[in-house]
Design a protein around this ligand. Structure first.
Ligand SMILES: [Fe+2]
Length: 368
């Protein structure tokens, strides 16, 4: 056995965990830029909770709530301008993947000028990120414990990652109570995203025994919620399992990065506006079956963790959660397959699919 593991983010998990560790906030600075969406953080109590802790510590804050779904570079630059105008010295991201990734990019760029065309290439990154705290309010992205900020990249006609250890948050506060009001569709798509992070971790070239153990625990957490996900009704315990699944998926993702599934899903999100987790779900079953042809024992370990007898049952589970699929043309499939085959997540796949295999996974995913 030969592996290494690194994740510097301090994790606090459980109901009211925010209130139990005010010192973590106090150590970050004098004034926070809170980065969030327009509505959900106000509704689910997370924004009030964060502000209460800041107030108790005599810290001030300003709020950037104009984040956009599938964050863009202009949105990050807008938040960055507010941070500078308000002289904030640390950043708190509250929300799903979009606000958290926006917050990470803002904190990263606060003390260094990186032009748009060099944002994703890693050639001039410096360790100048402002202290970052994360409060996820959906269970999917795992961004609270990763070194990535995923943004829309028009130059690549895809989503692209700023990927650097300088993006690891200082701490993440995961309170399942903040996710109690998340709607059924978002809960399903984000849960599939979290599942995908763990499955892809095992089916990536970066997998190792320790990361496999974390990923299998994440997959088991998903499995405990299968019935709730199908019914669309969720207890606190279900929300807790889904948040745990998301956290473990994030730890896996931070170590292994993603594979063909995310590479393919990014095109569906960029061109067709299909939500990230749903887009991955459309591609996940096909990639699993392709990998199974060469690595049957590895795929069996995933199916065993899910309590499933074969990969057809896995596909049936995904199909049930995904419901009716969007329409896609053969021309679109060819365009996406061409672009996807050049992405860096493809060689990271345990069994890297060729262009025609990518096209076939798309066809199968859309039931063609
Ligand atoms: Fe993802």
């Amino acid at each position: 056995m030969n592996f290494s593991y690194y994740n510097p983010t301090q994790i606090f998990f459980g109901r009211d965990c925010l209130f139990a560790h005010p010192e973590v906030f106090r150590e970050c600075g004098k004034k926070a830029l809170i980065v969030t969406g327009r509505h959900s953080a106000r509704k689910n109590g997370s924004l009030d909770a964060v502000c209460a802790v800041l107030k108790e510590q005599n810290q001030s804050w300003c709020i950037f709530d104009r984040t956009v779904t599938n964050p863009t570079i202009p949105s990050v630059r807008e938040g960055l301008a507010l941070l500078k105008e308000e002289k904030a010295d640390f950043v708190i991201g509250i929300g799903g993947g979009s606000p958290m990734d926006t917050a990470k990019a803002i904190a990263f760029l606060a003390n260094q000028d990186i032009p748009d065309e060099k944002l994703f290439d890693g050639t001039c990154y410096q360790d100048k990120t402002l202290p970052l705290l994360m409060v996820p309010t959906t269970s999917g992205t795992g961004s609270e414990v990763t070194e990535y900020a995923v943004l829309m990249n028009d130059a690549a006609k895809s989503k692209s990652s700023i990927s650097t250890p300088y993006l690891y948050p200082k701490a993440a506060f995961l309170d399942p109570a903040f996710t109690l009001g998340v709607g059924t569709a978002t809960t399903r798509w984000t849960a599939i995203d979290a599942l995908s992070h763990s499955v892809e971790g095992i089916l990536s070239k970066q997998g190792d025994p320790m990361i496999t153990a974390i990923a299998l625990s994440g997959i088991q957490a998903f499995s405990r919620c299968r019935k709730a996900l199908a019914l669309g009704t969720f207890s606190y315990e279900d929300r807790e399992s889904l948040m745990y699944c998301s956290l473990l998926g994030g730890l896996v993702l931070a170590h292994t990065s993603t594979t063909a599934v995310h590479a393919m899903g990014y095109s569906l999100t960029y061109y067709k506006g299909i939500p990230h987790g749903r887009a991955n779900g459309i591609c996940l079953g096909g990639y699993l079956r392709l990998t199974e042809t060469v690595y049957p024992e590895t795929v069996k370990s995933i199916l065993d963790a899910l309590g499933m007898k074969d990969s057809l049952e896995f596909q049936a589970c995904l199909d049930q959660l995904l419901g009716e699929k969007e329409l896609i043309s053969e021309e679109e499939i060819q365009t996406y397959s061409e672009e996807v085959s050049g992405r860096r997540n493809i060689p990271n796949s345990l069994l890297p699919p060729a262009k025609e295999q990518i096209a076939q996974i798309y066809r199968e995913g859309f039931g063609l």
